[in-house]
Design a protein around this ligand. Structure first.
Ligand SMILES: [Zn+2]
Length: 99
């Protein structure tokens, strides 16, 4: 086992749905970003970036599902489009940054 995988449960190591190991461009084995939370299961692969950074991270099926739920909550709280009752004349604020 490579040093960088020490302490990381084997179920968190990057692998696709049929168990084929996934390595990064340097040949290092990736692992689930949330492995420290425990409970990794299923495929551990690069996921579609949800945040504005556009960076994709490796997560297992289990933690990806949790992350998606979390993103749903964030999107509801901070919608991309202004809520219907948003009034730009109120407090002189704009919803869009490029205003
Ligand atoms: Zn995980």
């Amino acid at each position: 086992m490579a040093d960088y995988l020490e302490g990381i449960p084997v179920e968190a190591w990057a692998k696709d749905g049929d168990g084929t190991p996934i390595y990064d461009q340097f040949g290092d084995r990736e692992f689930c970003l949330d492995h420290y939370k425990g409970g990794c299961s299923g495929a551990v692969i690069y996921r579609y970036p949800l945040s504005g950074t556009g960076k994709s991270f490796v997560r297992c099926d289990h933690h990806w599902a949790i992350r998606c739920d979390e993103q749903d909550r964030i999107n509801r709280k901070y919608p991309q489009t202004a809520p219907r009752d948003f009034d730009p004349s109120y407090a002189g604020e704009s919803w869009d940054e490029d205003w």
